[in-house]
Design a protein around this ligand. Structure first.
Ligand code: F6P
Length: 359
């Protein structure tokens, strides 16, 4: 295995604030180590289609706080699922990636993304691709790390929204339902709901029934509380729907994920049918949670991840993911991190909610 001279970076999947901070850190750390950095445009698409740009210090100036990704993103998947076995099998795109890396003399990759993007990197390891992954998703559902880039910024958006919605819910004596992201895990819903003082939090971790939500709201009414805030994750599972999330029919991405959404409006209508005496209104935060500037915490996590990823690559440590373990940034085997996906919210927060009387 030769030493590294050129690193390729790419950003895939749903974007989140903090990615650019990681790109900046990668370039700034690579320079003194004598490493060249190139960026593939739009995730794995850029590697498949040989679409790349050189990344030097001037290219990453002024982007520390800027949301999104200067490289663009996509959900391109160079593997396809075997319908019989469920295993991911390589398509012709894998050969094109290998060809691009060889032709462009890219010795190591730093893919930044969620379990889909990092899953591709792990599968490419058996084709000889050397990669150090960086976890990035507002959903924070990647195993092996305390936090992924983007989660704290989404949390700040949700908390701010709940603060604003509280005042109008109180003034109008309303039930306000706030739908947030979180396909398979309730990190945004539960931690956002707790930080924003929600009365009911519905997340993928614990299926719920309309009846129990109705009862929780009635208890508040009986206690003289004339408004309530419900936070519901897009991936929440109502028992009335067979404990599966509400998905748009026929809309599935390249990784096989159905497009979720609509649970907020569904719940509002079911609560009305159940005779709720207050008017439920719905706010869907949607892509607002992924946009805007990165919080200081995300900038710091991303900067530490970027620096560590370059150092692991320079040291020849591959098929790993940088991860936050308490105060330390470590390398965890990619396979191990992926096996822990989706990482559910732990009992420390579920118990906290329960002990505060939050459903
Ligand atoms: O970034 C993760 C995520 O926000 C999920 O919570 C959500 O289901 C998904 O991305 C939607 O993203 P898109 O509409 O871009 O596919």
């Amino acid at each position: 295995m030769g030493s590294v001279k050129r690193i390729g970076v790419l950003t895939g999947g749903g974007d989140s604030p903090g990615i650019n901070a990681a790109l900046r850190a990668i370039v700034r750390r690579a320079k003194p180590l004598g490493l060249d950095v190139v960026g593939f445009r739009d995730g794995w698409r850029g590697a498949v289609e040989d679409d790349l740009v050189p990344l030097g210090l001037p290219d990453v100036g002024g982007i520390l706080h800027v949301g999104g990704t200067i490289l663009g993103t996509s959900r391109t998947n160079p593997f396809q699922k075997d319908p019989a076995t469920g295993a991911w099998t390589p398509t012709a795109k894998v050969d094109r990636i290998l060809d691009t890396l060889k032709r462009r003399q890219v010795d190591a990759l730093i893919p930044i993304g969620g379990d889909d993007t990092l899953g591709v990197a792990h599968r490419l390891a058996s084709h000889g691709v050397r990669a150090v992954g960086i976890p990035q998703t507002i959903d924070n559902d990647i195993g092996g790390t305390d936090y992924a880039i983007g989660f704290h910024s989404a949390l700040a958006v949700v908390t701010d929204a709940l603060d604003r919605l509280h005042t109008t819910a109180h003034a109008h004596h309303r039930v306000l339902i706030v739908e947030v992201m979180g396909r398979d895990a309730g990190w945004i819903a539960i931690l956002g709901g707790l930080a924003g003082g929600a009365d009911v939090i519905l997340s993928p971790e614990q299926p719920f029934s309309v009846g129990e939500v109705r009862e929780a709201l009635q208890r508040r009414l009986d206690a003289g509380r004339r408004f309530s805030i419900i936070v519901v994750a897009e991936g929440a599972r109502p028992v009335e729907l067979g404990s599966v999330p509400l998905a748009a029919e026929g809309r599935v991405d390249a990784f096989g994920h159905p497009q979720l959404g609509g649970i907020g409006y569904w719940l509002a209508s079911e609560l009305e049918k159940a005779g709720l005496p207050l008017t439920p209104r719905v706010t869907v935060l949607s892509y607002l949670q992924r946009g805007g500037v990165a919080t200081p915490t995300d900038r710091l996590i991303a900067t530490r991840f970027g620096v560590a990823a370059v150092e692991f690559a320079a040291a020849g440590k591959y098929d790993v993911m940088v991860a936050l373990h308490g105060p330390r940034v470590v390398a965890v085997p990619l396979g191990e991190a992926l096996a822990g996906c989706p990482k559910p919210v732990g009992p420390e927060y579920l118990d906290l909610a329960r002990n505060l009387g939050v459903r």
